[in-house]
Design a protein around this ligand. Structure first.
Ligand code: AMP
Length: 220
């Protein structure tokens, strides 16, 4: 069976996490969420976790070699044998080339089931989404106090876990995250367009409508 290799590109708070989480459940493919994997490394208190934390807290990218070590292993894990949905990786040309190399070595770079979904959102709405975002400490579910509110501001509807605001979800760090996206990540749009892998989704709409559009463009 051909492996489904899907990755999502888009600025912070464009809805990648919300959409990929759902898609992963419904397609039965693992959701490889880079930001959460890096936050788990920080929580584990490793030396690498400390290096990552200093960069995340400022809105910069974590070092490419550390991130690659975590992600590439996941892509080729048993769990991902039928495919995977990558959320937040790659985030730079350097990371994309590194991944491309690994896919070529494994003979899966030219698979017809490879697709890159670009989430296009108006810049103005992103900051609003970021400051209103809350996340469950236990299951990782994402809420928005205005557009997707939990019944209780502090409690996850799904699992009863505690909701929190990410430390980097404030205006100052978010400004830097946008800057990092524009300089490091946005060039990937051209990179994957040239490879014929890119499709764009209008992610300004409500999550449900965005989800429907994603299903259409990926042919699910
Ligand atoms: P996210 O949860 O996707 O918003 O990611 C949160 C933060 O984790 C980013 O602002 C980066 O500091 C770091 N990060 C996530 N993905 C990557 C990546 N592919 N490479 C380097 N750093 C990353």
């Amino acid at each position: 069976m051909m492996k489904t290799q899907m990755l999502f590109l888009g600025p912070p708070a464009s809805g990648k996490g919300t959409q990929t989480e759902r898609l992963s459940k419904e397609l039965g493919l693992p959701h490889i969420d880079t930001g959460s994997l890096l936050r788990a490394e920080i929580a584990a208190g490793t030396e690498e976790g400390k290096i990552i934390q200093a960069l995340i807290d400022k809105g910069h990218l974590a070092p490419a070699d550390i991130v690659a070590k975590i992600i590439i292993k996941k892509i080729f894990s048993e769990e991902a044998k039928n495919g995977y949905i990558l959320d937040g990786y790659p985030r730079s040309i350097e990371q994309a080339e590194l991944m491309e190399n690994e896919l070529e070595k494994a003979g899966v770079a030219n698979s017809p089931k490879r697709i890159v979904v670009k989430m296009r959102v108006d810049k103005d709405s992103l900051m609003e989404r970021i400051v209103n975002r809350r996340m469950c400490k236990n299951c990782g579910k994402i809420y928005n106090l205005k557009t997707l509110p939990p019944k209780d501001e502090h409690v996850c509807d799904e699992c009863g876990g505690e909701l929190y605001q990410r430390k980097d979800d404030n205006e100052e760090v978010a400004m830097q995250r946008f800057e990092t996206y524009n300089t490091e990540t946005a060039p990937l749009v051209d990179y994957y367009t040239k490879k014929g892998l890119l499709v764009t989704v209008d992610a300004n709409k409500a999550p449900e409508e965005v989800y429907e559009e994603i299903l259409k463009v990926i042919g699910a």
